[in-house]
Design a protein around this ligand. Sequence first.
Ligand SMILES: Cc1cc2nc3c(=O)[nH]c(=O)nc-3n(C[C@H](O)[C@H](O)[C@H](O)COP(=O)(O)OP(=O)(O)OC[C@H]3O[C@@H](n4cnc5c(N)ncnc54)[C@H](O)[C@@H]3O)c2cc1C
Length: 458
Amino acid sequence: MGQRIDQRRIRHYNGESRPQGPVLYWVHREFRFRDNWALIHAQAEALRRQVPLAVVFCLVPEFLGATLRQFDFLLKGLEASAPRLQQANIPLILRSGDPATEMNRLCTQLSPSLVVTDFDPLRIKRQWLQSLLKGQTAPVQEVDSRNIVPVWIASPKREYMARTIRPKIHRLLPEFLTPFPEYSAHPHVWDRQPASLSFAELHQALKVDTTVAPVDWLQAGEEGALQTLTTFLSTRLDNYDQRNDPNREVCSNLSPYLHFGMTSAQRILLEIDKRGLSGENTESFIEELVVRRELSDNFCFYSADYDQVSAFPEWAQRTLEEHSADPRPYLYSLEEFDQAATHQPLWNAAQRQLVQTGTMHGYMRMYWAKKILEWTPNPTEAMRIAIYLNDRYALDGRESNGYTGIAWSMGGVHDRGWAKRPVFGSIRYMNANGARRKFDVPRYIRTWASKQQASFFA
Ligand SMILES: Cc1cc2nc3c(=O)[nH]c(=O)nc-3n(C[C@H](O)[C@H](O)[C@H](O)COP(=O)(O)OP(=O)(O)OC[C@H]3O[C@@H](n4cnc5c(N)ncnc54)[C@H](O)[C@@H]3O)c2cc1C
């Protein structure tokens, strides 16, 4: 480390320049300590100032409906990565409580010369950042380590669809797809390390719903991410053209790791390059991993109402409004959806896959959301239910991809108009017959008929 990162990745807040005082990296999105531009930048700044460096994580005891399942994955992954920091003489300070309050308290106590933090477009994260800026005067720098092309550089506006952002991203990729600098031990150590909670204390501080159990079919953390990537690249990528078949295990299963930042899209692309992988399957995977994923952050960054009907394009809001009085073929409550108690075995199977494993096949996610739109009184209620269930059960929930995927399915975001249908208007429609033409529906239903099906992922 010690290298200057591309300055376009950074946004600067609070002008006051301070040569003295440690550098703090406040992590809340990118839970990895290698291949992390924010940490690389924080260390470069600490080396330049010849001051100590610490990483701060503040556990929010409750967070956007997250349950034990997601907190367990996050904390286990963070704990597994902690020794890497220790070996590099970088303390990990663990706190619990409102992150902005805790960060302000820590800044008062430690008088940092700089606070570096992760970029995240979610409203709650924007509020944390604003509270931090109001509460203290140290310079704060926000780094986009999630997207290969920083979201504010890729485009200055909300993009219409993949077609419009794709050329922009591909044009800038060669500039940003650079190797990550090697990790080095930090030479400026703390006289007295700042106080920190232990991981056991963090677990005790959780006030979350424990009825949604942790999963055991994938290992949390950076090592787990690397193993999952290696398996995918060596055994599944060749069959990625079968990715719309929910009975086949050809997708990467990387989304929980990408969501928690336990790996990065940039590392994945560098690994693909290193192995000399190319061809149609590789191109399709890169389209999802880079273009679609970065388009999601673009949507949430430029639409503060990313989880509401008001973020749908104008044509989509109009067509849904025109069909608002259409009779719904079925109407279900949140509880009925949650319990997988609809009339349709295919939808119920998808919901059970989500509940039991913390994930749902990508094709079924689209189908699942569109049926919620069809079987609820209005799109506002449909959005509420889909977001609630996705965020409650999915390991990768509460992020740009989820809000965008739901808005795509229900509100034509990044899509075009299709032939008109009851309830949907011109929003793209999906039904069970279409699913039957694509894959063996009875087999999928049998797989998720009931009980634990973790062996599906073995
Ligand atoms: C209704 C709905 C809800 C969704 N909710 C989420 C969510 O909460 N979290 C989430 O990460 N993704 C979500 N997606 C997007 C996509 O379904 C998942 O990213 C993908 O299924 C994850 O499985 P994988 O890692 O095996 O994907 P792979 O096919 O192996 O793709 C690799 C990576 O590319 C990215 N990616 C793939 N498809 C998309 C897409 N359509 N949009 C944006 N990025 C994509 C993901 O980061 C994924 O991990 C949702 C899609 C829909 C339609």
